[in-house]
Design a protein around this ligand. Structure first.
Ligand code: FES
Ligand code: FES
Length: 162
């Protein structure tokens, strides 16, 4: 259709192009480009599974138009760390058993990273509020909160940022 437009998205430090109509969400565009670490849950802003960082802030990519993300830094879970060099949040989620089915995990870690960039030493209440837009049907949340606080402690010691 004539309304398609080629856009360039900067994803995890690399430029990628996509043909998108005006209504294409960032979630659809990212997954269409193969970034399936960005999970598709409710597609209406309720679950947080689709969260990515846009210029360092966690956003629900299902509520963000792809075209609006052009020229901005997009970071998905895979942009935070690798299996060989995991981000402290990735490490602690794995070590402390904070993932069961794992579907919510990318969004949980992205939302946590967004919080820790602004607030490196959140209280438990601040953490719960920050993750209140991220739903998990498996873990009961306790392990997730423990993992984020453990990672925050490591990051405070090492001064780690991406
Ligand atoms: S898929 Fe975006 S908030 Fe649920
Ligand atoms: S680990 Fe299954 S939804 Fe959170």
């Amino acid at each position: 259709m004539g309304t398609e437009k080629t856009i360039t998205l900067r994803i995890n430090g690399c430029d990628e192009t996509a043909e998108v109509p005006p209504h294409r969400t960032l979630l659809e565009a990212l997954r269409g480009l193969g970034h399936v670490d960005v999970k598709c849950g409710c597609e209406k802003g309720d679950c947080g599974a689709c969260a990515v960082l846009v210029d360092g802030e966690a956003v629900d990519s299902c509520l963000t138009l792809a075209r609006s993300a052009e020229g901005r830094e997009i970071t998905t879970l895979q942009g935070l760390g690798t299996p060989e060099a995991p981000h402290p949040l990735q490490q602690s989620f794995a070590e402390l058993g904070a993932a069961q089915c794992g579907y919510c995990t990318p969004g949980m870690i992205i939302a946590s990273e967004s919080l820790l960039r602004k607030n490196p030493a959140p209280s438990d209440d601040e953490l719960r509020i920050a993750l209140s837009g991220n739903l998990c049907r498996c873990t009961g949340y306790v392990k997730i909160f423990e993992a984020v606080q453990a990672a925050a402690a490591v990051m405070r010691q090492t001064g780690e940022t991406i």
